[in-house]
Design a protein around this ligand. Structure first.
Ligand SMILES: Cc1cc2nc3c(=O)[nH]c(=O)nc-3n(C[C@H](O)[C@H](O)[C@H](O)COP(=O)(O)OP(=O)(O)OC[C@H]3O[C@@H](n4cnc5c(N)ncnc54)[C@H](O)[C@@H]3O)c2cc1C
Length: 382
């Protein structure tokens, strides 16, 4: 029997896990998408249901309530959600768990990770502000030490999982006088019933309508000083630089799964839809476009699988994950756009999955570091 770490994409255990996740997503999440889109967030109990089936923290150690798997398990979850057209941001939740696992004290891990695994706590990561996205150093949210507490003031925007978030990994300045990256720290905020904390209505987006993206407001919010992540203040920039790879690779997984789904749906459509007395697939342009999309998707899949294996083995550096996120999401958007074109006018109707994929995938080139920002990062390694 091949162990999971040797062959993360092919083991029997991983196949069994995939079947479990697929069945769950198709029966428990997919049928509710219209309602989720209308209310602009998933049902609250979606998180505890996902926890019960083992979809959350699948790649965390068992001793902290996780599934004991590797990033290959996370990839399965992202792929199955993507294939079902369900934009449930468990990858952000899981990415926060990895910050806690890497930098948290033993007490913090035992306090938060098991509840995150069960979906009792819903996690968000809050970096972006109205005046600071790519330029993290420009954030103005602050935490002032007052005895054994921090007093937090400021606001965040674009925060995924914001509506339900009860555990926020908050990026802020603990030392406004410190130069550059040393001013930034991460503090974990348990948000439920916290005086001074407020969530805005989910933002109106062009896509990802079923996913809650919110503004968060902090007005003299007090949290225990023990909620600082890391042994000292000023480590936040370094922690983000190291851990953003997780989120970037998860988005890369969604990108490839989306491209594969787009090619499959469009091939089917091109065989069924007729024009000028024959199926669309009989036009050479349709065949050539689909051949190009299929080839590019295949290349993307090979690259991604290699990245997943190396990441699970702890061998993929931050530059390689930046390359993966930039190139795979650019490819995804090109492929989905071509596939939409092959649907004609129906590709522009919201009820068609390809239209949703087109609007939902567009943000992949923007969040977790815009692709332009990532090219700067990759260029710095030249
Ligand atoms: C749906 C959605 C969900 C999100 N979820 C989260 C979340 O959960 N948590 C969170 O903290 N944030 C989240 N974000 C915010 C997202 O990470 C930011 O939008 C992104 O980092 C870009 O920041 P910005 O919007 O301020 O754009 P800006 O930084 O103002 O960039 C504008 C343009 O300038 C370019 N640019 C900026 N700097 C450079 C540079 N150095 N070199 C070259 N070009 C540059 C950018 O590429 C872009 O094209 C989300 C955003 C969206 C839309």
């Amino acid at each position: 029997m091949i162990s999971l770490s040797q062959a993360p994409r092919t083991s029997d255990a991983l196949r069994t896990f995939r079947v479990r996740v697929r069945t769950f997503v198709q029966t428990e999440f997919a049928p509710h998408q219209d309602r989720w889109r209308e209310q602009q967030f998933p049902d609250a109990d979606a998180w505890t249901k996902a926890g019960a089936v083992g979809m959350l923290l699948s790649d965390m150690p068992v001793e902290y309530g996780g599934g004991g798997g590797t990033f290959a398990h996370e990839a399965v979850v992202v792929e199955e959600l993507t294939r079902a057209g369900v934009p449930f941001a468990s990858f952000i939740h899981d990415s926060v768990a990895h910050y806690i696992l890497a930098y948290g004290s033993e007490a913090q891990k035992r306090n938060w990770l098991p509840r995150m695994a069960r979906g009792e706590l819903v996690a968000a990561i809050a970096m972006s502000e109205p005046g600071a996205g790519s330029d993290l150093q420009a954030i103005t949210t602050t935490a002032r030490r007052d005895g054994d507490q921090y007093v937090i003031n400021g606001s965040k925007t674009f925060i995924t999982n914001g509506w339900h978030a009860s555990l926020i990994c908050l990026v802020l300045k603990t030392d406004v006088k410190a130069a550059g990256p040393k001013s930034i720290s991460l503090i974990i905020v348990e948000a439920k019933d916290l005086p001074g904390y407020r969530v805005g209505r989910p933002l109106e987006k062009v896509g990802l309508h079923a996913q809650d993206t919110c503004e968060l407001f902090f007005d003299n919010v007090r949290v225990p000083a023990s909620h600082l992540l890391g042994s000292a203040e000023g480590q936040g920039s370094f922690q983000i630089m190291e851990k953003m790879s997780y989120e970037r690779l998860a988005i890369s997984v969604a990108a490839v799964a989306t491209a594969e789904r787009a090619v499959a749906l469009t091939t089917k459509y091109a065989k069924e839809r007729r024009a000028f007395g024959k199926p669309l697939i009989d036009f050479q342009n349709t065949r050539f476009k689909l051949a190009e999309c299929k080839t590019e998707t295949h290349i993307a899949r090979v690259f991604l699988d290699r990245c997943i294996e190396r990441f699970a083995a702890g061998e993929l550096d931050a530059f390689a994950t930046a390359m993966a996120k930039y190139w795979l999401t650019d490819s995804e958007c090109r492929i989905v756009d071509e596939c939409l074109q092959l649907h004609g006018g129906y590709g522009y109707l919201a009820e068609y999955p390809i239209a949703r994929m087109w609007t939902d995938s567009r943000v992949h080139r923007i969040y977790a570091g815009t692709n332009e920002f990532l090219k700067e990062m990759i260029a710095s390694s030249l």
